[in-house]
Design a protein around this ligand. Structure first.
Ligand code: SF4
Length: 345
């Protein structure tokens, strides 16, 4: 295929994914131990410690400087009404860069900067939200001045193990996927990849048990147990023993502000479209493996969603809770190990 080797990546123009919607409603989930709250630069650690001495420091688990959490898992600056006290007292620019950005991100490409969004945030997945506009999100993804900062730079697209595409070759192919993902077509049919491929040096049964054993008393551990339980039931016919639901309070708040329900298909389609659009996968592997990995997580997601629906959860909420679990687990070292073992057929 024609190369694009000399083309540089750029962050402008800022490009939102058509149809992507987000605004912060303050559901309060992102300021908790759903992920490490950081990393912080040394300068940010100093700034946070000037506000409250015990707020930040070196974290051995993350091998970096992070904000500290209180006993309930929330950031030490999180107030009981789920607002950030740094933001409330000193303004958004006083917060660490990572706090200003989440759940937004930026992928520099030869055609401009793609605005990306993580979906482990009910403000991104539930309720009526405005379309993302570059002018609204630019302050969040820029440094102290007005320079947008890229999380990744992707020059070419690894399409298969043997074929690389330039961006002008990739975009029309991708546009068809994105359009279909936002239709009513079954998602697994669009991905056209076999879920649960063979694993080099491992098995799905072993992985299911490892995920269940990863329960450590945190909400993340509960999400891991759900995924392990689902793999065991889908692959090995184990009787499901679903654990409790993580992050329920934040989803209660999200549902209370979202009277109009969406279908679970719409929530899942939006999530998969952003997974493709983010180009995170293109840093490490090709689109064929990306589709296989997504088909596997989506199959698990649909299974867990069905069980939450059976227990009475509203369709969009069930899907949003599951996307939260599958995205957090998908970012973990546990899932990275699984991905590295996948052999797409
Ligand atoms: S500093 Fe503020 S925005 Fe950042 S995690 Fe803490 S409460 Fe949330």
């Amino acid at each position: 295929m024609a190369g694009n080797k000399k083309k540089k990546t750029k962050v402008r123009p800022l490009l939102p994914r058509p149809g992507a919607r987000y605004t912060c409603f303050g559901d309060g989930l992102c300021c908790t131990d759903i992920h490490g709250i950081g990393p912080l630069t040394k300068k940010e650690v100093g700034e946070m410690r000037r506000i409250y001495r015990g707020s930040a420091g070196w974290n051995d688990d993350h091998d970096d400087y992070m904000l500290n959490t209180a006993a309930d898992g929330g950031c030490v600056f999180l107030m009981s009404d789920q607002r950030c006290s740094v933001h409330a007292q000193l303004g958004p620019e006083a917060k660490p860069d990572g706090c200003r950005r989440f759940p937004l991100g930026l992928a520099a490409t030869p055609l401009g900067g793609r605005i990306t969004t993580d979906h482990r945030c009910p403000c991104r997945t539930m309720g009526d939200r405005p379309e993302i506009r570059p002018e609204d999100v630019e302050p969040s993804i820029s440094d102290g001045g007005s320079r947008p900062i890229a999380d990744r730079r992707i020059k070419k697209i690894p399409f298969t193990a043997r074929e690389e595409l330039s961006f002008s070759e990739w975009e029309p192919i991708e546009a068809k996927y994105l359009n279909r993902l936002q239709s009513r077509e079954p998602l697994l049919k669009i991905l056209d990849a076999k879920a649960f491929p063979a694993l080099r040096g491992s098995s799905w049964e072993k992985q299911a048990q490892e995920f269940i054993d990863a329960r450590d008393g945190t909400q993340f551990g509960v999400a891991m147990a759900w995924v392990g339980d689902s793999i065991g039931s889908l692959r090995n016919g184990r009787s499901p023993r679903p654990p409790g639901r993580p992050w329920v309070a934040a989803f209660d708040r999200a549902q209370a502000r979202s009277p109009k329900a969406r279908t679970s298909r719409a929530v899942f389609g939006d999530w998969v479209a952003d997974e493709v659009w983010s180009l995170k996968w293109a840093e490490d592997y090709d689109f064929a493996l990306a589709r296989t990995e997504l088909a596997t997580r989506l199959t698990i997601a649909e299974d867990i969603c069905g069980r939450l629906r059976d227990s009475g959860a509203r369709a969009d909420r069930a899907a949003a809770e599951v996307v939260m679990m599958l995205e957090i687990v998908g970012e973990s070292d546990f899932w990275t190990e699984v991905k590295d073992c996948m052999r797409p057929s």
